[in-house]
Design a protein around this ligand. Structure first.
Ligand code: AGP
Length: 371
């Protein structure tokens, strides 16, 4: 099934900003393609019932590079939380280097925006030889990944021209959520009530993303305050660790800022030694699961006189006195926080790049696809 076009008609100075603003449409495309709204369930166009054969699978490995790897990490956490399955996750290049053996009972979920990245394709060819089942997630129709996969899910994102992956990242995470729901139903691991709750929240996501996009001008002001920063530490726990990793990468590649990401708890095992005023911290702290730990860390950093920029949930007033800057995102289920929390950072990265005179669509030393 072909990926749909996105409908944004507004004009934008750069593709990156346009693509960030296309995210509500991309999510709607995925909803149209992969959700049966009446039955409130994930549906995949699977005429041969290939996915049902996956019952025999006893091992799952997720492969990706860069931003796609981060989407894969969100998927790993979803499988763990909702299916009770601990999937392995590997950077494609490390997977190749370690000569990891798989077999016909291994499901390899391979994520790649382009579907052409050399490491990914090499890894896929290796696992194909070992007769493993390949489930590809890509925006690249007719790409090598599309052709080599046993089953393919398209991001429905339309062309992504800017170097930085934005709309394809959030679509990859959503696809992972739908795959989790599909397996959850197949294996009777997700109750119908929970499934309906998750599907209803997916349907609300475009509206919630639009609320974040409305903060564009405010985020431009935030960018103006911070664009001269050379260093930034980025922290998050669990699904928010995924956001921390992706925020670090997005800021590095589009703004050249040294943004270093850590798992929240891990930060105390050494990196906290960098506790001077020069290194502010960006902390993902949406309310709900893991909020307490994030709040504790923000308080600790305040004591250490470190500046903090916090992403938290709309309506949360508890951090007003302890954080230096707060960016709000709408409340959602924890598994969708990596979708909502990253959007203000994509926008910030865009504006910082522009303020620094960098073309956000074509930052230095990088190619859209590493082949
Ligand atoms: C994303 O913003 C980066 N440019 C980069 O990390 C990218 O995600 C990586 O090279 C993987 O690309 P792919 O998804 O096309 O395989």
């Amino acid at each position: 099934m072909p990926a749909k076009n996105t409908k944004t008609t507004k004009t934008f100075p750069h593709s990156m900003l346009k693509e960030i603003f296309e995210q509500p449409d991309v999510i709607k495309n995925i909803i149209d393609e992969y959700i049966n709204k009446k039955r409130k369930e994930a549906v995949f166009n699977d005429p041969d019932k290939i996915l049902k054969k996956l019952k025999k699978i006893n091992r799952i490995i997720i492969l990706g590079c860069g931003t796609s790897f981060h989407a894969g990490l969100a998927g790993k956490y979803m499988f763990s939380e909702y299916l009770g399955v601990e999937a392995e996750i590997e950077l494609a290049d490390e997977f190749i280097a370690r000569k990891i053996k798989t077999d016909s009972k291994t499901l390899v979920i391979t994520i790649s925006q382009s579907g052409k990245t050399a490491d990914i394709i090499k890894a896929v060819r290796l696992v194909r030889k070992q007769k493993s089942f390949i489930l590809g997630i890509t925006n690249g129709i007719n790409s090598p990944l599309d052709k080599l996969s046993n089953f393919i899910c398209f991001c429905q994102a339309g062309e992504e021209k800017a170097l930085a992956a934005t709309k394809t990242y959030t679509s990859q995470i959503l696809l992972f959520a739908l795959i989790t729901l599909y397996f959850g139903k197949l294996q009777k691991k997700i109750t119908p009530t929970l499934r309906v709750k998750i599907i209803n929240e997916i349907i609300r996501l475009p509206k919630k993303i639009n609320q974040i996009l409305k903060q564009n001008v405010n985020l431009q002001i935030v960018a103006d305050k911070y664009y001269k920063l050379d260093d930034l530490l980025v922290l998050g726990k669990n699904y928010q660790y995924v956001s921390a990793l992706e925020a670090g990468l997005k800021l590095k590649e589009t703004t050249y800022m040294h943004a270093e990401s850590f798992a929240l708890g891990e930060f105390l095992h050494g990196p906290v030694a960098i506790s001077d005023k020069k290194h502010p911290c960006l902390i993902f702290a949406p309310t709900g699961k893991n909020y307490k730990e994030a709040k504790k860390m923000i308080k600790k950093l305040k004591k250490l006189k470190k500046k903090t920029i916090v992403i938290t949930t709309q309506g949360n007033r508890q951090l007003i006195k302890i954080a230096d800057k707060i960016i709000y995102t709408p409340k959602t289920l924890n598994l969708f926080n990596p979708i909502l929390s990253i959007i203000p950072i994509q926008i910030l990265a865009y504006h910082i790049a522009v303020l620094k005179g960098i073309n956000p669509d074509k930052p230095r030393n990088l190619n859209k696809c590493v082949i």
